[in-house]
Design a protein around this ligand. Structure first.
Ligand code: FEO
Ligand code: CA
Ligand code: CA
Ligand code: CA
Length: 695
């Protein structure tokens, strides 16, 4: 019931330095490879099949292959209940749900979580994350000391309250508050006391912080203060409590963290017998029962018909939230210019002209890919972190993508007054266009995608990759589309296969990539292709008889996929390291059964996008998703999130997993007393010889 995943049940100055490094790195690499940006643009349609961009920077000489490790085996039945990494690497638990992040005691997982305990502890269901080296310390130290900022996407109420009868227990405000506190964002001070020592959580920490479902936040941008954002508790429409379902993330060159609100609709519900979805609620999947959290029974904020009125509280979620991790007193800001969808993440790029773009996906079946282009250039590369309140993410244009069958693409502007985004079609102003981003995109004829999850931007070329995790409705009959008037319910259409989503009942997912015209993030056209269609080379599953493979220029393949290397499916997390290795994290049921018997549980792959090779680097415990990955700037310490080990238990908490308190990846704060329940946790991976991860 509480699975969040439709596939399971129906430098000195951190980010500033990243930009400078990326620019320098790009120039170095391009020089090294004797290939210029103009040349790169010319072969864009070929999908970067040259090896000229393969190598540069910190990983070693051009003669070394980008990927150097021996792959781990698939975690097939009988599954191992641990995180496995290649020979020569170690993976140790860094922080787990309930561990104190500053002052105070660690949670005892054999007890129920309280709001007070949770507010001082690492949140539930860890997800996207970024590592911010300290801005005031020498670059070398940034590899041993920084802020690990991460999302806590959702929670399993049974594990929170230590009960097997949550669905029938009386709902209380205390329970809602404990769960609200389990959500949100974690700011953890991470340090490594010695060069080869274990990473630790610095306690106490002046900078440690929990941001939760109740933290006061501001709205900014064109929709701030809009009538549709006003509530009885906040007539201004400007002051919101909390962020929810923080899935993936982004980070900006001005040193801030972006957290993205994904399946926020699931927390709302109502006992109102007269409840009928408005078209707007239907388009976003706001329903009577939600996902079964039942918060509305004890907290009217989550009742969509509180007092018999249609609530605007739902409109205050579905945004991208900007946070300054180095100022623990700062107020997070919901940036409405980036649209209101089920935001997976927000990937920021600055191009050679200092133009800023943010790439985003709306993760639901048949939803869209978006790009925000800021109206304000990124000053110059001498700017500092004071940029972060210059509101680069408030003024600009939001676009939605159309992927044409010939490999071209268009960014369609979601601008009030243009392309039918007018009052007569239900959009009174730009604020309403943004609050109803999905309906606006429907009207523009955007391409329905197979659940856009994470994006990643190649550090040298700025080619953008995005995972399409799966789509059980693709190719279903009767064929239908999201209607231009915005009346189609969330995930209810049956889109035909198309060039960018070429498989019916897309079980294993694929990765799309695109190249902006002229390598400018402000471009309104792009070229795209499919990097990979994931699959199982040994599967006996075949495409439906009514479908003709090869319909789109021969790019369609069956469920065997076209992976060059180790098989995987349901790609979700995606990240490029500084050398250009593409890290692919997966999110399927994780039980190594059925369609996943050969692929096994979830894992993390490493791909070389120039050769197309994919190698399995990590496997996760049973019923766990792998989500969230980042390294220190030197690439030698990697943080990886392991979410919901043992999910979908029915009889006991530990039915499917006892990780991490089984001690399989080193001691935890609770391993001495034995595992009471599985806990989401972040592991830190190092190479035994101290080298770059993946090399
Ligand atoms: Fe929270 Fe789409 O994954
Ligand atoms: Ca999942
Ligand atoms: Ca995800
Ligand atoms: Ca997913």
């Amino acid at each position: 019931m509480f699975s969040n995943d439709e596939s399971n049940n129906p430098s000195n100055n951190p980010s500033m330095q990243d930009v400078i490094d990326t620019c320098n790195h790009q120039r170095r690499t391009l020089l090294k490879g004797s290939i210029g940006v103009a040349t790169w643009a010319a072969f864009g349609g070929m999908g970067l099949s040259t090896g000229a961009l393969a190598k540069g920077g910190q990983g070693g000489s051009a003669a070394e292959p980008l990927i150097g490790f021996t792959p781990v085996s698939a975690n097939i039945l009988p599954m191992t209940d641990m995180v496995s990494v290649p020979v020569g690497y170690s993976a140790r638990v860094f922080v787990a749900w309930g561990d104190a992040i500053s002052n105070g005691a660690n949670w005892d997982p054999a007890t129920a979580m309280t709001e007070a305990q949770q507010l001082q502890s690492y949140g539930a269901h860890t997800d996207g994350m970024h590592f911010f080296p300290f801005p005031t310390e020498p670059a070398r130290t940034g590899n041993m000391h920084g802020l690990l900022v991460s999302n806590s996407e959702y929670n399993d109420p049974g594990l929170v309250h230590h009960t097997t009868s949550y669905v029938s227990d009386a709902m209380t405000a205390e329970r809602v508050d404990a769960q609200l506190a389990a959500h949100g964002v974690n700011v953890v001070e991470a340090f490594r006391p010695a060069r080869n020592g274990d990473w630790m959580v610095k306690r106490p920490s002046r900078l440690a912080r929990r941001i939760t479902g109740k933290t006061p936040m501001l709205m900014s941008g064109p929709a701030a203060g809009h009538a549709m954002l006003q509530t009885p508790a906040d007539p201004s429409g400007m002051r919101v409590l909390g962020t929810l379902n923080n899935c993936a993330h982004g980070h900006t060159p001005w040193g801030t963290y972006l957290t993205c609100e994904e399946n926020w609709n699931g927390y709302f519900g109502t006992a109102d017998a007269a409840f009928v979805q408005t078209p707007h609620e239907k388009r976003y999947g706001v329903s009577k029962g939600g996902f079964g959290y039942r918060w509305h029974e004890a907290d009217p904020r989550f009742d969509v018909r509180a007092g018999g009125q249609t609530s605007n509280e739902t409109n205050r979620f579905g945004w991208v939230v900007e946070i300054d991790p180095f100022d623990p007193k700062s107020t997070p800001v919901k940036r409405t210019a980036l649209g209101r969808i089920k935001h997976e993440g927000a990937w920021v790029v600055v191009d050679d002209h200092n133009s800023i773009a943010v790439y985003m996906g709306d993760d639901e079946r048949n939803e869209y890919v978006y790009k925000f282009v800021s109206a304000r250039p990124f000053g110059n590369h001498g700017d500092d972190r004071s940029n972060h309140y210059r509101n680069h993410l408030d003024d600009g244009t939001l676009y939605v993508a159309r992927f044409n069958a010939d490999g071209s693409g268009e960014w369609l502007p979601l601008v009030w007054g243009q392309n039918g985004l007018t009052l007569e079609n239900g959009f009174a102003d730009q604020g309403e266009v943004l609050i109803k981003t999905r309906q606006a995109a429907d009207r523009l004829g955007a391409t329905m995608m197979d659940r856009p999850e994470w994006g990643a931007v190649h550090p040298m070329t700025r080619e953008v990759y995005m995972t399409m995790t799966n789509n059980s409705r693709r190719g279903n009959t009767p064929v239908s589309s999201n209607q231009a008037d915005g009346t189609t319910g969330a995930a209810s259409a049956n889109p035909a296969v198309d060039a960018a989503n070429p498989r019916p009942d897309n079980d294993y997912g694929h990765i799309v990539r695109w190249r902006e015209a002229g390598n400018r993030v402000t471009a309104t056209t792009f070229e795209w292709d499919l990097f990979v269609q994931a699959g199982d080379k040994a599967t006996a599953k075949t495409l439906g008889a009514t479908y003709t493979p090869g319909e789109f220029g021969g790019q369609t393949v069956g469920y065997e996929g076209n992976i060059n290397g180790d098989d995987f499916g349901a790609p979700d997390g995606l990240w490029f390291d500084a050398d250009g290795r593409l890290w692919i994290q997966t999110d399927q049921a994780g039980d190594a059964q059925g369609d996943w018997a050969n692929i096994g549980g979830n894992g993390m792959m490493c791909a070389d996008v120039t050769t197309g090779e994919t190698r399995r680097f990590l496997t996760a415990p049973p019923h766990a998703e792998v989500t969230g990955v980042v390294t220190t700037p030197d690439g030698k310490s990697m943080f990886v999130g392991i979410q919901h080990p043992g999910e979908d238990w029915t009889t006991s908490f530990t039915q499917n997993s006892t990780w991490p308190d089984n001690g399989a990846n080193g001691p935890t704060t609770a391993s001495a007393s034995g595992p009471a329940k599985p806990r989401s946790a972040v592991v830190v991976i190092t190479k035994d010889d101290g080298g770059v991860i993946g090399s």
